[in-house]
Design a protein around this ligand. Structure first.
Ligand code: PHE
Ligand code: FE
Length: 285
């Protein structure tokens, strides 16, 4: 990706929009086995931890059937539910390409799967993170609308040179979001549900702060890309998240230009505190 977020040419073999064929028939038994290992571990852990729309999405797309999902099989149902489809890409795609897909209700998913010795850590999102982590939530109509709006907002932010603030919103919602429910705090972020260790840490560990979601506050908060998060933001509902993003962000971007970042572990007087974290995990590193 170029520094300004606009892409050069797609890699050899990819189409102009960076998509490739999934090539489902070419996955080996070992690769399907890696999916099954990861799947079974998360499926056992997530009831009572993941948000209902996520768990329902797994059912709706029949992801329990075993093996790496064939996009040709899940797309008709996903499309019927919310108008979304999954498309295969070789790996991370440039920002403008990513936003164009989201704005058109296409979720670009890495075609490859991690190796058996990388179950817990990988640098680039693979098909398990992208499909297990992201796609179930896309069966929820409200979340589906949010992701399309985010794609359009991303195109706009790119043009305004404001992507770094918007990227924090994605990070703290789509990737690492928590939601408040009558049954307790639940996970809806793809980066959490696709990670065994963080699915436990995000809800149970005394270290991180868990704070009420506030749009501008989130956009002022840096994040960790290399380790568990030091702060998670809890939305009251998916509808509240969508509603908060319907406003014109241009005014927010102007305010943010004058505002400072909030140190990652700081709790502000205005924050709604679900957990005042000890930060013991982060400080022990
Ligand atoms: N309303 C935002 C804007 O004016 C777009 C957006 C929607 C951004 C949803 C993120 C999520 O730019
Ligand atoms: Fe992701």
């Amino acid at each position: 990706m170029s520094a300004d977020g606009f892409s050069a040419a797609p890699p050899p073999g990819a189409r102009a929009d960076w998509t490739i064929d999934q090539g489902w028939d070419a996955y080996t038994a070992v690769e399907h086995g890696v999916w099954d290992t990861l799947y079974e571990r998360q499926a056992a852990l997530l009831p009572g931890r993941a948000a209902d729309p996520f768990l329902k999405g797994l059912e709706a797309l029949d992801l329990h059937r075993g093996g790496i999902p064939d996009f040709a099989r899940i797309n008709p149902e996903l499309k019927r539910l919310t108008g979304w489809t999954v498309v295969a890409v070789p790996g991370l795609v440039p920002d403008d390409v990513f936003f164009d897909h989201l704005a058109n209700r296409r979720f670009p998913a890495g075609q490859f799967i991690r190796k058996a010795d990388q179950l817990d850590y990988l640098q680039e999102p693979d098909i398990f993170h992208d499909v297990f982590g992201h796609v179930p939530m896309l069966t929820d109509p409200t979340f589906a609308d949010y992701m399309e709006a985010y794609g359009k907002g991303g195109q706009r932010a790119l043009g305004l040179g404001q992507l770094h603030n918007l990227a924090r919103l994605y990070w703290y919602t789509v990737e690492f979001g928590l939601i408040d429910t009558p049954a307790g705090t639940r996970i809806y972020g793809a980066g959490i549900v696709s990670s065994h260790a963080e699915s436990i840490f995000a809800l149970d560990d005394p270290s991180p702060n868990r704070l009420g979601f506030d749009l501008e506050r989130v956009m002022r908060t840096p994040y960790r890309i290399d380790d568990f998060q030091q702060v998670y933001f809890v939305i009251p509902s998916l509808q509240a998240l969508l509603d908060a993003t319907l406003q014109d962000f241009a005014a927010i971007y102007r305010r943010l230009e004058a505002a400072s970042d909030i140190p990652i572990a700081e709790i502000l007087p205005a924050d709604r505190v679900f957990t005042r974290g000890t930060q013991a995990y982060a400080t022990s590193k």
